[in-house]
Design a protein. Structure first.
Length: 500
């Protein structure tokens, strides 16, 4: 069955579970799933991981968070934060939150890691409850006036929760049973235990399922003509109605779709020529019994003469007794693989022509080149290779550097055009990054209160001066957030050639 590319792309959310750094990714994802609607910055992730004993740098955290965003596990957060310094703004401006797909994948990963590799008991008592719930629902729908919507929702939710638990427990148990019976190293004690398990426990489970399946099938036959009206009633007043005008896809609860009821019926009844799960369960039990018998035959053979080497050893002893000393030594060496670790010989004459009919046994060994022996290549190694042409890579690097410089020049031009009133325009991301870079350099070169906090970039032709102005507040808006500078005046001017 071909899946759409968009649906297959959702499987990339499992990528972080397969990479070598999956332990670090799991720790990061658990921070986001620890509570509802959590949004964290990269610095907060580093600090939280440090308290749990996972030490990573800020750059590594940013890179891994961005990879999780690319795989669809996280989303950039739009949460607004208030900061008091440039350093704090740089630390908290990029925040992340959990996506719905990422939460589901992490929940499944934690379930797999926490589940024990042991037999899961089948919840067979749920089968009777499923039968009773379906019977009650059918009785209510057949009454005059139909069933109450609230009571119907409760019954359907209970029935499908019980069915899914029962179905999963059956599949887990039979998967464990098949894994065990496929082993060929069972000893007598393990064989006895699994024999009692199969003959007693599995037989009782199968008998109960076979007993209750016809009843459940009859209840489903009573419900089947009324299912469309029942599903319509179950969906009324739910999330689907509230989100009808928003264009949001809603995943209904189990039992609120006709496909869920079709799956429930297919478990107990043969549908469209396909055997029911109950029939497949009986077949699986029969295959398990056959595997148990195969293990019993193997154990009987291993305890008798089937796997003994007595006959072969007696034949070898007869050969050794009838052979001379040299032949007996060769036989003994060949039988037990007692060849020496070092093989010595004399190289053959290179000019000697050996006919093709000559046996390889008495003739001396032929020297085979290493390249032919190991790689199957007849060409001689060691020839000087040509100089690789890296002009394409050099051009790519030059083009990339030119693109970066052009982007910075455009950001500088944007800053200069908005220099008259920085708070009146909305800067792009490259422009705000350049502004923060210039301000950091200016603060590092002097004190705004003394009037020497000045920096300039000759390549971009821009000059930045920070002037101490108590009580003044300047807010710069950008695509990545708002930045507020208190007690500072920001002067962006064009750098004249003479100033450089």
């Amino acid at each position: 069955m071909d899946e759409p590319d968009a649906d297959l792309g959702r499987l990339e959310a499992y990528t972080y579970l397969t990479v070598p750094e999956r332990a670090s990714y799991l720790a990061i994802m658990r921070l986001f799933t620890a509570s509802l609607m959590t949004d964290l910055s990269a610095q907060q992730v580093v600090e939280e991981l440090a308290t749990e004993g996972h030490e990573i740098t800020l750059d590594v955290a940013v890179a891994r968070l961005n990879r999780l965003v690319g795989w669809g596990n996280l989303l950039p957060s739009s949460h607004t934060v208030r900061v008091k310094s440039i350093e704090e703004y740089q630390r908290t401006r990029s925040r992340y939150q959990l996506s719905a797909l990422g939460e589901r994948v992490q929940r499944q990963a934690d379930e797999v890691l926490s589940s024990a590799d042991a037999a899961r008991e089948i919840s067979r008592e749920l089968l009777g409850l499923i039968s009773q719930g379906l019977a009650d629902l059918a009785d209510r729908l057949e009454r005059p006036g139909g069933a109450d919507a609230g009571a119907a929702r409760e019954t359907v939710a209970t029935v499908f929760a019980q069915f899914w638990t029962f179905r999963d427990s059956v599949r887990d148990f039979y998967a464990f049973l098949g894994q065990v019976l496929a082993r060929y190293d069972l000893d007598s004690a393990e064989y006895t235990g699994f024999k009692e398990l199969l003959l007693d426990y599995v037989e009782s489970i199968t008998e109960e399922i076979v007993l209750l399946s016809p009843r459940i099938e009859r209840h489903l036959d009573r419900l089947w003509p009324r299912l469309p009206a029942l599903v319509t009633m179950l969906r009324e007043g739910g999330l689907a109605g509230a989100a009808a005008g928003l264009g949001v896809t809603v995943q209904h609860s189990r039992g609120h779709d006709l496909a869920d009821w079709a799956g429930l019926r297919a478990w107990f009844s043969d549908v469209d020529g396909r055997r029911s799960e109950v029939g497949q369960l009986r077949d699986a039990t029969m295959r398990a019994l056959q595997s148990l018998l195969a293990n019993a035959k193997r154990m009987i053979r291993s305890g008798g003469q089937g796997t003994s080497r007595r006959r072969e050893l007696l034949r070898l002893a007869a050969w050794l007794d009838a052979a001379d000393e040299d032949t007996a030594a060769d036989l003994f060496t060949a039988a037990y693989g007692l060849y020496p670790a070092r093989h010595l010989g004399i190289a053959a004459d290179a000019q000697l022509v050996v006919p093709a009919t000559t046996s390889w046994w008495p003739e001396p060994a032929v020297d085979v080149p290493v390249s032919l022996r190991e790689r199957g290549v007849r060409a001689a190694r060691g020839r000087v290779s040509g100089i690789a042409d890296r002009s394409a890579q050099q051009r790519a690097l030059i083009d990339r550097a030119a693109a970066v410089q052009a982007a910075r020049a455009a950001a500088a031009a944007e800053l200069l055009s908005a220099a008259a009133d920085l708070g009146a325009v909305r800067l792009s991301e490259p422009a705000i990054q350049l502004l923060l870079e210039l301000m950091a350099q200016a603060l590092g070169s002097g004190d705004p209160a003394l009037g020497d906090a000045v920096t300039s970039n000759v390549d971009l032709g821009v000059r930045c001066e920070l002037i101490g102005k108590p009580g003044r507040e300047t807010t710069v808006r950008s695509a990545t957030g708002d930045f507020t500078a208190r007690d500072l005046g920001i002067a962006i001017t064009r750098l004249e050639p003479a100033d450089g």
